[in-house]
Design a protein around this ligand. Structure first.
Ligand code: GMT
Length: 380
């Protein structure tokens, strides 16, 4: 199949999922055309069957806000006609679903029939999309999608709860490439950071409010009083400077907290971690946690959103109420106990295997075929 993929190229989990899925489809022999405003970070330089089309956004003195959605729809029309696309797959509803709707209708008026699938990722539904400033357009364009998928059952429920969506939503969980995300031998790194055999606790995120990174610091401080440990904070975002100042003031020893910023090869850090903390207030799936689990890192997470679909209580780690830092610390100490840690590490990997790319990719391919067939039978 020839598939046009639209996503956010640089930030966030939805772009990572879109890029990894596109690369995996290309490996299976599909022709994949990324249509975005810059080269997706994880795309790499040259991959067979993968093409990149940049959306041209022309500045003009009149525009305080350049019309990205129109430029994107125009590029989608252009690529569909010239490359003979069979399907668009747009990741993150805002504004990609409405751009896809526009592109599909323009193409239809010129005799080209290209359906689109919208994948809902999380904040497009739980935060951004349901805001009154966007909701009518988001509802309309989700309903206009020829196929809709969500990355967890919880996000599907949230979508029906907050939007007047009439169509079926197919749940296809996020996935992990276990060939890339696996425990690597990086003992020298562990020794450098934890010279006295301390336990290594890791958090990675985009440091937005929704991640409640301050809770990570609070949990760490409570753990650190009982168990010698170090905290590595990976990533960057709007809350980072606030968290840095918080970390400087804590009683538990700010020298044990390190900020690593954005890392290309996060699996290298995860390979030497003993515990991953995900304290989010909302989390439709939690791809960063799955990456950790694949590297044999147990998880203490909140029970928000889709996290219970990922984190298996007592097996890969534990789930706690949002904000309950006492309970999270208690559970973290239990997992880090030398009598328990090996069992939880094994449990994390076993749970991650359920989300292996080889299990999830065929679900997307089958759904693509179904949507294209249905669209043809109605329109052509
Ligand atoms: O909020 C983020 O971390 C970024 C956001 C995105 O769409 O770029 O992530 C969402 O999509 C990821 C991939 O499907 C999910 O793993 C994250 O759970 C989800 N984030 C939230 O729901 C907060």
């Amino acid at each position: 199949m020839k598939i046009g993929v639209v996503c956010y190229p640089t930030y966030g989990g939805s772009g990572v999922v879109a890029t990894e899925l596109g690369k995996a489809l290309a490996k299976e022999g599909h022709e994949v055309h990324f249509i975005t405003y810059s080269q997706p970070t994880r795309l790499g330089f040259f991959i067979e069957n993968v093409y990149y089309h940049e959306v041209d956004i022309k500045p003009y003195p009149l525009f305080q806000y350049p019309p990205y959605e129109i430029a994107l729809a125009s590029k989608m029309v252009d690529v569909a006609k010239h490359e003979g696309l069979d399907l668009f797959h747009v990741h993150y509803a805002v504004p990609h679903a409405s751009a896809a709707y526009m592109a599909r209708e323009i193409l239809k008026s010129e005799g080209y029939y290209v359906p689109f699938i919208t994948t809902l990722h999380g904040t497009d539904i739980t935060i951004v999309g349901k805001d009154a400033s966007l909701e009518p357009v988001v509802t309309f364009s989700i309903n206009q999608s020829d196929g809709i998928t969500s990355v967890s059952g919880d996000l599907k429920k949230d979508t029906y709860d907050h939007f007047n969506v009439k169509k079926d939503i197919e749940v296809i969980h996020n996935f992990i490439d276990l060939d890339r995300f696996k425990k690597q031998k990086k003992d020298h790194f562990k020794t450098a950071i934890c010279p006295n055999g301390e336990k290594m606790i890791v958090h990675t995120s985009n440091f937005r409010k929704v991640k409640r990174v301050e809770d990570v610091v609070k949990v760490f401080c409570r753990v650190r009083k009982k168990t010698p440990a170090k905290l590595l904070l990976v990533g960057d975002g709007p809350e980072r400077s606030y968290i840095e100042s918080l970390a400087r003031e804590v009683e538990c020893g700010s020298e044990d907290i390190r900020f690593l910023g954005k890392l290309e090869q996060v699996e290298e850090v995860l390979s030497v971690a003993d515990l991953f903390l995900m304290t989010s207030e909302k989390e439709s799936f939690g791809l960063a946690a799955l990456e950790a689990m694949a590297c044999e890192v147990p998880l203490i997470s909140t029970n928000a959103g889709g996290l219970p679909e990922l984190n298996e209580e007592g097996v890969s780690g534990f789930l706690c109420d949002v904000g309950d830092v006492e309970k999270m610390a208690e559970r973290a100490i239990e997992v880090l106990d030398d009598d328990n840690l090996a069992r939880f590490k094994k449990g994390a990997l076993e749970t991650a295997k359920k989300f292996d790319l080889s299990n999830i990719l065929p679900k997307y391919e089958a759904y693509y075929r179904q949507v294209v067939e249905e669209f043809k039978s109605i329109n052509i």
